[in-house]
Design a protein around this ligand. Structure first.
Ligand code: COA
Ligand code: MG
Length: 294
């Protein structure tokens, strides 16, 4: 099985009840779309949103964008129907809200195999409860279990603030321990992780600062609520031309036969180890995937 590299710099949420947004999504330059049935949809609109999402995903036209459906929890009146409908529509992934323990994901994964979901269908997990922060390592470790098919963690900072009573403050100092714990959990489990949303979508400076912070933390990308956030988000999470050129250069040096048995070499007056070449391969893969998309 060849793993196809997918950049996940940006993931735009849109309420499934908003037909215009679902349509508009086909033209937006975004890596992932999260079609929401959960927090962004009021109870009276749940059924309409489900129908609209199934119709939109079945109709397709989303090109290379990764299409993700966020379902309601199985402990709500809508969760089971959402799951069945999502499987029928065939998105790239199902995003599970309010995951507390690995068992929450295992239960959904089991239902997916029972209802004959495509093996290519992945699970994404919202990390947004106090329990999830305490169980982050175990949840991330589901990435190592092919039966659970976990491929991405998504920080739900609004719910996390609500449930813990921590405040959403500029700079997010109070959230950093949880954010970094989840980055470690994602890396240990071999899955991607996306940062939480920035609610004040008209505040571009604040958003740019938070994107930079997420990128520094090692997040793979950020969840978004408005199309105007896509450009600055990509600027923060795309490798720069210099970074990609340097990565290609050091990989080319290590590929030379005379360097085959060397762990460290000199390139342009700097010491470079094989771990740098390996780190650079991710930047190259992202750049190539973006270029291939055209
Ligand atoms: N996805 C796709 N298109 C979107 C969008 C989104 N999340 N948010 C806005 N748009 C579109 C609008 O439909 C509008 O399109 P148009 O000009 O072609 O009609 C355009 O972008 C400009 O929208 P704007 O008027 O600035 O915002 P709004 O008042 O229509 O919507 C929100 C503001 C916050 C309600 C909306 O952005 C939204 O619903 N965001 C997602 C919320 C969500 O899913 N939350 C759950 C996870 S945190
Ligand atoms: Mg939430």
């Amino acid at each position: 099985m060849t793993a196809v590299f997918r950049p996940r710099r940006s993931a735009l949420y849109m309420p499934g009840s908003n037909a215009r947004a679902l349509e508009k999504a086909r033209t937006l330059d975004v890596d992932c779309l999260i079609l929401d049935l959960e927090d962004a949809v009021v109870p009276d609109a749940k059924a309409l949103a489900r129908t609209q999402i199934v119709d939109a995903v079945t109709a397709g036209g989303y090109g290379g964008r990764e299409v993700v459906i966020r379902i309601n929890g199985l402990d709500t009146p809508w969760g089971e129907d959402d799951l069945v409908a999502a499987v029928k529509a065939g998105p790239d992934a199902i995003l599970v809200p309010k995951v507390n323990t690995p068992a929450d994901l295992q239960r959904i994964a089991h239902k997916l195999s029972v209802c004959g979901a495509s093996p290519d269908l992945n699970l994404w997990a919202m990390m947004e409860t106090p329990e999830a922060m305490l169980n982050a390592g175990a949840i991330g470790a589901c990435g190592k279990d092919p039966q659970v098919r976990l491929s991405c963690l998504v920080m739900g900072t609004n719910d996390l603030a609500k449930e813990t009573r921590a405040r959403l403050v500029p700079g997010r100092a109070v959230m950093v321990p949880w954010l970094m714990t989840c980055v470690a959990a994602a890396r240990a489990g071999g899955v991607d992780i996306l940062d939480g949303v920035y609610n004040a979508f008209q505040d571009e400076d604040g958003f740019v600062a938070e994107c930079a912070q997420g990128a520094e933390m090692g997040m793979d990308g950020k969840t978004l609520i408005h199309p105007k956030q896509i450009g600055p988000c990509h600027a923060a999470f795309s490798p720069s031309e210099e970074e990609v050129a340097w990565a290609r250069r050091i990989n080319a040096e290590f590929d030379k036969p005379e360097n085959a048995d060397k762990g460290a070499i000199q390139v342009d007056g700097k010491m470079v180890e094989r771990l740098h070449a390996e780190m650079g391969r991710r930047a190259i893969a992202i750049a190539d995937a973006i270029a291939a998309r055209g």
